[in-house]
Design a protein around this ligand. Structure first.
Ligand SMILES: C[S@@+](CC[C@H](N)C(=O)[O-])C[C@H]1O[C@@H](n2cnc3c(N)ncnc32)[C@H](O)[C@@H]1O
Length: 219
């Protein structure tokens, strides 16, 4: 999990403890944005997010945790909601801010570590995690879930779109339904409302990869 430490000049992790994904790949998340579009950059929002937004699923102040280049945050903000997208990848955030300017959409993008969201100093009624939860291993999840709880209002809603372990052609880091339930058990300050099969679209899957769309309520 990501313990704050003293920032060091030229540290690709910006003083953070690298996440399990970064330790496994040997690269900072920021590096994923240096050489053209990453596998998850599909040039628009995830269809699951568009669907939930069209059903009125986003309300109040919205946080997009691990927003990447911001397509989901931009989509939700374009509907008139107040949205903050946070990420550890400065390069992704610069791209996201450029899109917001080009499209004339009012939205905020800030560097923040998902393990220390309380440092953002705000609370949110709706929180989105599109493709972040599944990058954390089991040891990291409790701290991440607690960090989300610290910034989510009582009875607020968290959406988690993550790769699932069901069906062929699963994405990297597949997560089981049981793992999702365990991560958000009531002692963590959350209750799982629904976990539905869905798809995560990537540059390498014609019709998306198997996913879960979890709706989780802050107790
Ligand atoms: C697979 S990408 C998904 C990006 C975006 N949400 C989407 O749906 O396209 C995961 C994102 O989470 C960010 N991320 C990883 N660890 C993070 C952390 N500890 N705090 C904040 N963001 C993090 C990465 O930089 C990356 O942009």
């Amino acid at each position: 999990m990501s313990e704050p430490s003293v920032p060091v000049a030229d540290d690709p992790f910006g003083g953070r403890h690298p996440t399990s994904h970064e330790r496994q790949t040997g690269l900072s998340w920021d590096a994923s944005y240096h050489d053209g579009p990453s596998p998850w950059n599909i040039g628009g929002p995830q269809p699951a997010i568009v669907r939930v937004a069209s059903e009125g699923g986003f309300a109040g102040a919205v946080l997009d945790a691990g927003c990447g280049t911001g397509e989901n945050a931009l989509h939700v903000a374009s509907l008139g909601l107040s949205v903050l997208g946070v990420d550890v990848a400065q390069t992704a955030l610069a791209i996201a801010r450029g899109k917001a300017d080009d499209r004339g959409i009012e939205v905020e993008f800030e560097v923040a570590d998902a393990f220390a969201l309380e440092r953002v100093g705000r609370r949110f009624q709706t929180v989105l995690d599109s493709g972040l939860f599944h990058t954390f291993d089991a040891d990291e999840r409790p701290a991440y879930v607690a960090s989300l709880a610290a910034v989510t209002e009582h009875e607020g809603t968290l959406y988690v779109l993550c790769f699932s372990d069901t069906g062929p052609d699963t994405g990297p880091h597949p997560v089981s339904r049981e793992e999702l339930r365990a991560a958000f058990e009531p002692t963590s300050g959350w209750t799982v409302a629904t976990i539905e099969p869905d798809r995560i679209h990537t540059r390498y899957h014609d019709d998306g990869a198997p996913a879960w769309f979890a709706t989780v309520t802050r107790i």
